[in-house]
Design a protein around this ligand. Structure first.
Ligand SMILES: N[C@@H](CCC(=O)N[C@@H](CS)C(=O)NCC(=O)O)C(=O)O
Length: 242
């Protein structure tokens, strides 16, 4: 397997973080190639670079240059959940998913829920690794009931998994499920959303994981301010939330 993982700006691209953290956590050798965001409209440089490589228009995508499709082109996988499954299928020596069948099913179920859900949290608390967004977070928490509902569901799901597995990660050992929730941890952390003690312990564990630390340090080091990615950043003159 010769893997290239194409990612977006690591401080903003939550989907890229999932795949990047997974590959790091299991020490899967790969090249990582940044396609810088400059906007997502059809004539952005980002879109044209992604399309030129043959992907569909979003990051991350994975290219396995050792595998050809039926047109003799390198295999391209353009969806994060499919990237996870491809890694799990090709790296069978790694416990990408839990060994226990019930845990594995629950982990996959929760990844799928994350993949298709939590729209309010994703919309209002965009991933942004680095800046202190606690003032914006307090306003969002006060005004957005749907965000509070998303966070409550996430915390219930985490508590359920941690109670079953006894931790320290959601299914016991670090697996794809934790990589999937690492960007959620970033959203909660940088917006300082109020969470339970149990969630805080889990979030600290995620932040301490070498794969996450490596991603976060790269994200902070490379961060560029892009206005369209930061609609909720408050200016210094905005009033304090009450
Ligand atoms: N379902 C896709 C979503 C990927 C996605 O939306 N990525 C964002 C960056 S984090 C993107 O490329 N957005 C470009 C756009 O929306 O046009 C996946 O699982 O990978």
């Amino acid at each position: 397997m010769m893997i290239k993982l194409y990612i977006g700006n690591p401080n903003y691209s939550s989907w890229s973080m999932r795949a990047g953290v997974l590959l790091r956590a299991f020490c899967i050798v790969h090249d990582e190639i940044l396609i810088r965001f400059d906007g997502f409209d059809a004539n952005s440089t980002f879109k044209s670079e992604v399309k030129q490589i043959g992907a569909t228009g979003t990051v991350p995508f994975l290219v396995d240059t050792s595998v050809q499709d039926r047109h003799d082109r390198a295999l391209i996988i353009t969806d994060t959940l499919s990237i996870v499954e491809y890694i799990a299928e090709t790296c069978v020596d790694h416990a990408i998913w839990p060994k226990d069948r019930a845990m594995r099913a629950k982990a996959r179920n929760l990844c799928a829920e994350m993949h298709s859900g939590f729209g309010a949290l994703r919309q209002h608390c965009m991933m942004n690794i680095g800046p202190d967004l606690s003032r914006a977070g307090a306003l969002i928490w006060r005004d957005q009931a749907a965000v509070r509902r998303d966070v409550a569901r996430i915390e219930t799901a985490w508590a359920d998994m941690l109670d079953l597995s006894h931790g320290p990660y959601l299914a016991g050992d670090f697996c794809a499920l934790d990589a999937y929730f690492a960007p959620v941890v970033m959203r909660l952390k940088y917006h300082s959303l109020p969470v339970t003690d149990q969630s805080q312990i889990y979030m600290a564990k995620i932040c301490e994981h070498p794969a996450v630390r490596d991603w976060v340090s790269g994200a902070v080091a490379s961060a560029e301010f892009l206005e369209f990615e930061e609609p909720f950043r408050l200016s210094a003159n905005d009033p304090e939330p009450v």
